[in-house]
Design a binder for this molecule. Structure first.
Ligand code: NAP
Ligand code: ZN
Ligand code: ZN
Length: 364
């Protein structure tokens, strides 16, 4: 494999402490088991969760950490019992690489809520070894957790569907925020938010973006098809939306007040959180009690629903708006993500640029 020593078969970029600086890191993936699919990683998206985790913002980070849970690539080996995948196919893996397969959540195809879910990185595999994510040359995953990626979509631009896509699609379906003609607010136009806008339009809703970034307005309206764009710092503009919105999906990565969004919801409106700022957030009970509003949450989605979402994207020609970057740009990309300076997802060009990035880092 690319740039590895005789001892190890895989190379990636890892953070070694909560400074979160990523450097080349060699490690070994397990041999391909009977039920495993191995694939060479072509592209991997950079999720804001990667940033939270390399910096230990949620606590519980384990180092060395190879982040990345939006990976796509081409199958190069399959185990003897694999039935659903063939060498040469385009595949992807999201946030989940295993689960117990017995609990109520697993039985309902909601492995994302399994207490024994194994994360693609920062997890502990069944054999006790750490899991390492998609900022790496290849991966070996049990076929149950591997997805088919539609052939008709730009490959790099499908990678972030594996997290940003399913994380927005799943709550929209589960909470019924998919009804044509309803008004759907998206708070935060980042990786997750820009997917929610596209799903909202595909479901036939009237989509309003609530954003802190006036410079995203034109693209939101013209490029993503949003119907309205509200700059949330403008209190007067926010007041004009009182009681106007049926549902809101909140994708914001930093602590922020919830009251302004409860205020724009109609009675019986739903405010669903998917963003995960590390800090606690407050709201006054009256904000939901007085007009039967609901605050809910949602985490990624199960494997079956992730495949459904990918197929939906293939059918409706939905992909992510990305900035494709080489591996040696990864730390700069993280710095830019902190500053909210990306439209709307960085995607690492892993296969083409890993070797050079490892080499140039050795020469530094
Ligand atoms: P992102 O691309 O950085 O987008 C976050 C957006 O939030 C920004 O684009 C910005 O939008 C807004 N924002 C940032 N700082 C803000 C602040 N201080 N006040 C108000 N708005 C602010 O991040 P992402 O990858 O979409 O992830 C968003 C969050 O979801 C992260 O916390 C991530 O960990 C979490 N997440 C959760 C799940 C899940 O399963 N629930 C899955 C993936 C990610 P504007 O410029 O439009 O204001
Ligand atoms: Zn993610
Ligand atoms: Zn389970």
């Amino acid at each position: 494999m690319t740039g590895t020593s005789a001892k190890h078969n895989c190379v990636g970029f890892a953070a070694h402490d909560s400074k979160g600086h990523l450097v080349p890191f060699e490690f070994s993936r397990r041999p391909v088991g009977d039920d495993d699919v191995s694939f060479k990683i072509e592209f991997c998206g950079i999720c804001h969760s990667d940033l939270h985790q390399i910096k230990n913002e949620w606590k519980g980070s384990k180092y060395p950490m190879v982040p990345g849970h939006e990976l796509v690539g081409i199958v190069d080996k399959v185990g003897s019992k694999v039935t659903n995948f063939k060498v040469g196919q385009k595949v992807g893996v999201g946030c989940i690489v295993n689960s117990c397969r017995k609990c109520e959540s697993c039985q309902k195809d909601e492995e994302n809520y399994c207490e024994s879910m194994i994360g693609t990185y920062n997890g502990t595999d069944k054999d006790g070894s750490p899991t390492y994510g998609g900022y790496s040359s290849y991966v070996v995953v049990n076929e149950k957790y591997v997805l088919h990626v539609p052939d008709n979509l730009d490959f790099a631009a499908t990678a972030p569907l594996l997290c940003a896509g399913i994380t927005t699609y799943s709550p929209m379906r589960y909470y019924g925020m998919d009804k044509p003609g309803k008004t759907f607010g998206v708070v935060g136009l980042g990786g997750l938010g820009h997917m929610a806008v596209q799903f909202g339009k595909a479901f036939g809703m009237h989509v309003i973006v609530f954003s802190t970034s006036p410079n995203k307005k034109e693209e939101a309206l013209k490029g993503l098809g949003a119907d309205e764009f509200v700059v949330t710092k403008d209190e007067e503009a926010m007041k004009a939306y009182k009681n106007k919105v049926d549902y809101i999906l909140d994708t914001v990565s930093a602590k922020h007040p919830l009251a302004p969004y409860l205020n724009v919801l109609k009675p019986d409106g739903k405010l669903i959180l998917v963003g995960m700022p590390p800090e606690a957030m407050e709201f006054a009970p009256a904000g939901i009690v007085l007009s039967r509003k609901l605050i809910g949450g949602s985490m990624i989605g199960g494997i079956k629903e992730t495949q459904e979402m990918l197929d939906f994207c293939g059918k409706h020609d939905i992909t992510c708006k990305i900035e494709k970057i080489p591996m040696d740009y990864v730390n700069t990309a993280m710095d830019r993500l902190v500053k909210n300076d990306v439209k709307y997802r960085f995607v690492l060009d892993v296969a083409k640029t890993m070797e050079k990035a490892v080499q140039s880092s050795k020469e530094e």
